[in-house]
Design a protein around this ligand. Structure first.
Ligand SMILES: [Zn+2]
Length: 362
């Protein structure tokens, strides 16, 4: 145990050296190292080469930490590769999810910007990327198109690597890989259930984003080094977390209670929204999950409307939108006999289980 702690700490220190070489390329030691070992590239792209010295090999063994924990902050977009690099702070591994078909000329992030470098080219984004990528990319601020792109360490708010946060990151990744192994069976069933739901794809995507922590909540952006006020855009008094956004604010709790699922969400003991959602996906009837997904989607839309249109929708509007979009979808996708299914605004849908699974995933 003690050995493992020392080894991780040592790795975190070596990664600091790699970080220094990357961020201070003009220091004497950086220049010496570069001239000798990687004259034509950056330390983060360099390979060990044959028979590396002990010092060189040690630093190279720690470079993966910087590679894994950093994300580009976009300036000109000239140095960042669309398909290979880490540059989407809202996705778990910071990379695009869309697969490169290899048939376009788009290679660098600047190719996705408007010709004047001011803002994203929405036509290019929508025509070439999955919605989950294009909507994430449009939310990435372009610092100044005349500025250089800069690599940010995502475990410090100021984007600079420290040994302490490097060590912490290693522990987080280790714990995550253990959890992933343990829960992968459960996850497979969750994804299968989710993608097979007969409902609007956007509604499934938002659930996927919640369960993979890839929703751009303000509390998450801060953790990922993006400067913003972490408060809920609606009440501006609580931090915008998953629980606050989808369950614990008074407005949201009224929304759930007045909706078709008629849920007293605040009465659920030890509530964790992700856990509850996973449990519901696995255990609740499809027609109710479809309602839940629609409520969640419309809550998120209302949240965006608070931010971008400065407009706070009342609960009633969310109920109506929830029913309306499911009905429109059913109507567009059903045969004549099926059009009988209709979601009214006050149906008698049975109660969904209120208790989340016993410490699942924790
Ligand atoms: Zn709030």
């Amino acid at each position: 145990m003690r050995f493992k702690i020392l080894r991780d700490f040592n790795l975190a220190m070596l990664a600091k050296q790699a970080w220094r070489f990357h961020t201070s390329p003009n220091s004497l030691i950086s220049r010496c190292f570069k001239e000798k070992y990687y004259p034509h590239t950056d330390i983060l792209q360099a390979s060990t080469g044959p028979n590396p010295s002990y010092a060189r090999r040690s630093i190279y063994n720690a470079i993966w930490i910087i590679q894994k924990g950093t994300c580009w902050r976009i300036g000109s977009g000239q140095n960042v590769k669309i398909w290979e690099d880490h540059w989407i702070p809202y996705h778990n591994n910071f990379k695009v999810i869309t697969i490169d078909r290899g048939d376009s000329n788009m290679r660098l992030v600047k190719d996705l910007m408007n010709p004047d470098g001011q803002g994203w080219n929405s036509e290019v984004l929508e025509g070439n990327f999955l919605h989950i990528d294009s909507s994430a990319i449009t939310q990435i601020p372009i610092i100044e198109s005349t500025n250089m792109d800069a690599l940010m360490w995502m475990f410090e708010p100021n984007g600079c690597y420290t040994v302490k946060s490097g060590y912490k990151a290693i522990q987080i990744w280790k714990a995550r890989s253990q959890t992933t192994a343990r829960t992968s069976n459960e996850n497979n069933s969750v994804w299968k259930k989710l993608w097979n739901l007969n409902t609007i794809p956007r509604h499934k995507t938002i659930i996927w984003r919640i369960l993979t922590n890839s929703l751009p909540l303000r509390s998450e952006l801060g953790k990922r080094g993006i400067l913003c006020i972490p408060l809920c855009p609606r009440c501006e008094s609580k931090v915008e977390t998953l629980n606050h956004t989808f369950s614990s604010s008074p407005f949201i709790s009224r929304t759930w209670f007045g909706s078709n699922v008629n849920l007293k969400i605040l009465d659920i003991p030890m509530f964790d929204f992700q856990e509850w959602l996973t449990h519901s996906l696995l255990n609740v009837k499809e027609e109710i999950i479809i309602q839940i997904a629609s409520i969640i989607y419309n809550i998120w839309q209302a949240r965006d409307q608070s931010i971008y249109e400065n407009q706070n929708l009342p609960e009633e509007e969310i109920f109506q939108r929830t029913s309306r979009c499911i009905n429109d979808f059913l109507l567009a996708n059903s045969t004549d006999s099926e059009t009988e299914t209709h979601y009214s605004e006050h149906p008698s849908i049975p109660h969904i289980p209120t208790s989340p699974p016993v410490s699942a995933g924790s």
